[in-house]
Ligand binder design. Structure first.
Ligand SMILES: [Zn+2]
Length: 99
């Protein structure tokens, strides 16, 4: 088994062939962490992990190069609902954000 720790299978660039890619991943026994880059994309990553719980996990986060307007909070907002999903991790939450 292989594990890809950084994918974006939920991105719209894969809308036309996402299922085909996922089938190839299954056949090759490759598991992945699907990484969100903002709240909306993180929600999509979580949804995909729920659809394929055997081999897709989700990382929620805010990519520092793409998103300086949103901030991460585990106490409220969109991030709070993700706590119910025990299959997620957190990444790129702007800990290294410049002041
Ligand atoms: Zn990435």
């Amino acid at each position: 088994m292989l594990f890809d720790s950084h994918c974006h299978l939920h991105f719209r660039q894969f809308d036309n062939d996402r299922e085909e890619i996922i089938n190839r991943l299954k056949e090759a026994d490759i598991k992945v962490i699907n990484v969100g880059t903002d709240f909306r994309e993180s929600e999509k990553a979580v949804e995909l992990s729920k659809k394929y719980p055997d081999f897709i996990w989700a990382s929620v986060g805010l990519h520092p190069n793409d998103n300086l307007k949103e901030s991460f909070s585990a106490k409220g907002g969109p991030a709070s609902g993700w706590r119910e999903n025990d299959r997620i991790c957190v990444g790129a939450i702007l800990c290294n954000r410049p002041n």
